[in-house]
Design a protein around this ligand. Structure first.
Ligand SMILES: Cc1cc2nc3c(=O)[nH]c(=O)nc-3n(C[C@H](O)[C@H](O)[C@H](O)COP(=O)(O)OP(=O)(O)OC[C@H]3O[C@@H](n4cnc5c(N)ncnc54)[C@H](O)[C@@H]3O)c2cc1C
Ligand code: SF4
Length: 510
């Protein structure tokens, strides 16, 4: 009897575990564009185009490799609008012996698939996702018994495991594990940032753009100027483009923000790595090779590899170890609704406007915009974690629950009580001024703190420090901030708190 092999939209690689030992003549691969997956959040239009088009290209590739594929293209009138309904129908039609799939990236879907055995009446084999360097169990074993989980130590384990940037004596290349201290330069326009890699949409992608404009018109963002790669071959070309043109400066300007350049020296590879078009280890090896051949400096290459080998694996481990309770965490007790300008970009705060506008156009903003601009504002303003998490899940082409949730709820909102980060990434306008050229063009004045045109980040920062004294005053990494706060004159403190209260009361008008 035949098996039914389900391949999800973020599993677009021939190496996916579900295909291992399958019989091309007998088994059936099932892929489906369904309403339930495309609409459970307000996904950016470009993200839907990227995934539907990449799925269509991948299904064609499988067929040309000799696989039998049942592919359901999206239509609002399709009878089956959930993965369960599509799989259930094909199980019956095929009289399938079992369903085979690779573990998915989201607790919500994981729960559903775990119930299929009962509801569909066939065994369901869920195979581990071997695209990750650490399995869920390996991460849990590493974490067991540790009081605090620190990415840096886990990252070193991953370096040892893969041998990436390791000498034959088992030492880190360049004599250090981490070159982060070298990676904090402000970018002043030189060297020029490379143009991002672009692929013009082919006929399949153009069809999908039409479909998304027609049926997902109320979703966030635009389909205009779609230029993402949608095949593994083109994603590899995007990787080469990054290595040749951006990697050499990736480290130096990793934390920089620009008023004019959306992409700077970032790789823009996360949409491909997360959907299966690129393999994370291959990406890291290509970067390491660039250092060995003298094409990129160690601070850039180590910094880049640490993001993938360290942070990416680390947040995934945290997600699976702590779900489903993790999604409900709100240890700072935030209650404020997400301001509407997160969806429109309609705010006089230049840094926020620029980050949201880029997000709307590109389904992309780089890490520091996500962390220190839109994230930092949500933290300082006390936005409900659930609402800001929903926003991040919707607006980025690379967003999947397993990676978005720990980054937002843990790293940005500190809603997990410091499980993921030892201190909140709270910062005043000074940080944004130091790392960007936004402030010179802003309606607000970064050097002011209590006046009506003062940068909102300044007063909100001190309000955050003040209202969370019980949470952070004993944190050794925050002690200096409390000493600085306590040193200020009572009138100044009062004026700052007043200004912050006023900003919060008028948050929609900022
Ligand atoms: C609030 C917030 C939300 C985020 N949401 C997502 C998300 O939904 N999906 C996502 O893939 N990343 C997310 N990140 C992490 C990071 O911002 C993006 O991976 C990165 O901006 C993607 O752009 P890039 O490919 O140009 O990355 P680069 O800056 O070129 O970095 C290289 C690669 O490292 C990996 N990486 C870097 N930082 C992280 C991180 N913190 N966690 C996991 N992987 C990382 C990515 O695979 C990325 O492609 C989030 C970060 C923050 C602060
Ligand atoms: S002044 Fe404040 S709000 Fe304006 S760009 Fe600078 S940090 Fe952002």
């Amino acid at each position: 009897m035949a098996n039914l092999i389900l391949i999800l939209g973020d599993q677009l690689t021939r190496d996916i575990n579900a295909l291992e030992n399958a019989d091309r003549d007998r088994d059936l691969v099932v892929m489906a564009e369904v309403h339930d997956e495309a609409s459970y959040t307000n996904h950016h239009k470009k993200k839907i185009v990227l995934l539907f088009s990449a799925m269509r290209h991948f299904a064609r590739q499988l067929e040309s490799d000799g696989w039998q594929v049942h592919y359901q293209a999206y239509h609002p009138d399709n009878q089956h609008q959930s993965l369960e309904a599509v799989v259930g129908e094909q199980v019956k039609r095929l009289n399938a012996e079992k369903v085979i799939t690779t573990e998915c990236g989201e607790w919500r879907l994981h729960e559903q698939i775990s119930g299929w055995h009962e509801r569909l009446g066939v065994p369901v084999e869920i195979r581990p996702d071997t695209r990750f360097i650490a399995s869920k169990q390996e991460f849990a074993d590493w974490a067991e018994g540790r009081k605090q989980l620190r990415m840096e130590f886990f990252y070193r384990e991953m370096r040892r495991k893969t041998g990436l940037l390791m000498t034959s004596e088992g030492e880190p290349e360049g004599g250090q594990w981490n070159f982060d201290a070298d990676n904090r330069k402000k970018w002043t326009g030189k060297p020029p940032a490379p143009a991002p890699f672009r692929i013009e949409p082919d006929a399949i992608t153009r069809d999908v753009i039409g479909l998304v404009d027609e049926h997902f018109g109320d979703h966030f963002g635009t389909t205009g100027d779609f230029h993402f790669a949608v095949t593994a071959e083109d994603a590899e070309a995007a990787l080469e483009h990054f290595i040749d043109f951006a990697l050499p400066c990736f480290g130096d300007y990793q934390d920089a923000i620009s008023d004019t350049e959306d992409w700077l020296f970032h790789s823009i590879l996360s949409p491909y790595i997360n959907s299966g078009l690129l393999d994370p280890v291959t990406v890291c090896e290509a970067a390491a090779q660039a250092w060995y051949s003298g094409r990129a400096p160690i601070n850039a290459v180590e910094g880049f590899i640490r993001q993938i080998l360290g942070w990416r694996e680390f947040v995934r481990g945290i997600y699976w170890m702590n779900m489903p309770g993790y999604a409900q965490e709100n240890r700072l007790g935030n209650t404020r609704a997400l301001p509407w300008f997160y969806w429109t970009g309609d705010t006089r705060m230049r840094c926020m406007h620029k980050a949201i506008d880029a997000t709307r156009r590109n389904a992309y903003a780089h890490h520091i915009q996500r962390l220190m601009v839109t994230g930092n504002f949500a933290l300082l303003a006390g936005i409900k974690p659930e609402e800001i998490c929903d926003w991040y899940l919707a607006v980025y082409a690379d967003a999947y629950d397993w990676v978005e949730l720990p980054n937002v709820l843990g790293m940005v909102m500190h809603a997990d009580g410091g499980y993921l980060g030892s201190k909140p990434y709270a910062a005043s306008g000074k940080y944004i001024q130091r790392m960007s050229d936004h402030c010179a063009n802003c309606h607000y004045k970064v050097n002011k703190s209590t006046e009506s045109d003062a940068c909102p980040f300044n007063a909100l920062y001190w309000h955050f420090i003040d209202r969370h004294r019980d949470d952070f005053a004993k944190n050794p990494r925050m002690g200096m901030m409390y000493r600085n706060w306590d040193k200020q004159k009572p009138e100044k403190r009062e004026a700052l708190l007043q200004r912050a209260e006023n900003l919060i009361a008028n948050i929609e008008k900022l």
